[in-house]
Design a protein. Sequence first.
Length: 306
Amino acid sequence: MLNPQRLVILVHVIEAGSVTAAADELGYTPSAVSQQLKKLEREVGQPLVRRQTRGVSPTDAGHTLAHHARKVLRHLDAAEADLRDLTEGNRGSLVVGAFPTVAASFLPEVIETFTSRYPAIDLSLTSGRFDVLLEDLERGVSHLCLLWEYPWRPVQIEGIRLEELFHEESVILVSRDHPLAEAGHVRLEQLRNESWIVRANRHPVVEVLERAAEDAGFRPSIALYANDYQEAQAMVSVGIGVAMAPRGAVAVQHPHVRVLTLGPQAPVRRVLLAQRDERVHTPAEVAFRTILREVARRRQASVDSS
């Protein structure tokens, strides 16, 4: 059986790129790290890293083992967190992960309902990118989290149970002085000559816009990459360009921005509740999940009737 501590060392060596850097991170001596790495190589019967003049690089076997090791280590972290909950009697606390737009538009009602019904439960919320939310869930840092998916990229994660809470359409943002500002509804083809404001840092909305524009027969001209939707709305308000955003992103609407619907053309994203399959869910988790569903049903019914 492989030694988990040696797997930790392997992952650190590969990610740091050198034995010395990994030793600094782990608080070991370089000699101790080298010895443990050599023992691991003997256990697997083949080299895991290539020693170079400056640092190391993983062999194919090293890549493969490190990939599996990361999963094993996340599960070990999760097991420790679950056991800590049990031994400390920590069933009156809950950590929920969410991405920013759903945290701003959907979760406030959920949290208000939850805290009014269960005031003794210590509720914490973390907000982050998809990969960070998922890692926190897998490691047991959070008890449940909210993720999203689009039809062309469904989410399937081993060991994670996913449940759709609701879906929301993408909308178009224009300034109040735009010729289409009072239209209420627009076809994407009408915006082919517009400049577009999108989110920076490879945000998913860029792909959403590109796919929708391609279906409408044009390639969008990007005028600005914004750091968040508040900045995007501000730039839209002064006529720098128009923008596409999920409906939840405009829960707080800029006074000089108008929101236009796309009807059947609107890309739709699903908001998902994610929980670990193997975890025994605490009463706090069950209660929060129940309220999530309640609020989601009300939200969806309101959207469907409008």
